[in-house]
Design a protein around this ligand. Structure first.
Ligand code: FES
Length: 106
């Protein structure tokens, strides 16, 4: 079973029971997470910084490639609504995606 650890939310750990489930859906089971377009790949608010596990992720999707071209998605970032979790991941919430009612650690 793959596991997602959110480094700057006190290393919160979430087990991923279904390898086809999108990262955004996994995150939303345990915490609030920005997703302005509803997971359709039309914004970048669900962006995550991948600290470990990038190699095991599927290739960039068409929406992600568009945001890379627009310099809105860096090499160490993915859109949570576009990727399934196939292996353990360590991620961070980018500063621009932090929610005011949640506490974030360093
Ligand atoms: S929620 Fe808009 S791109 Fe993921």
């Amino acid at each position: 079973m793959a596991k997602v650890v959110i480094e700057n939310m006190g290393s919160k750990s979430i087990d991923c029971l279904d390898k086809k489930e999108k990262l955004l859906d996994i995150l939303l089971q345990e915490t609030d997470w920005l997703h302005a377009c509803g997971g359709k790949g039309r914004c970048t608010t669900c962006k995550v910084i991948i600290t470990e596990g990038m190699d095991g992720l599927p290739p960039l999707t068409t929406p992600e490639l568009k945001y890379v071209d627009l310099h809105l998605l860096r090499k160490n970032e993915r859109l949570a609504c576009q990727i399934s979790v196939m292996n353990d991941l360590i991620i961070r919430v980018p500063n621009g995606s932090k929610l005011p009612h949640l506490n974030y650690s360093a």
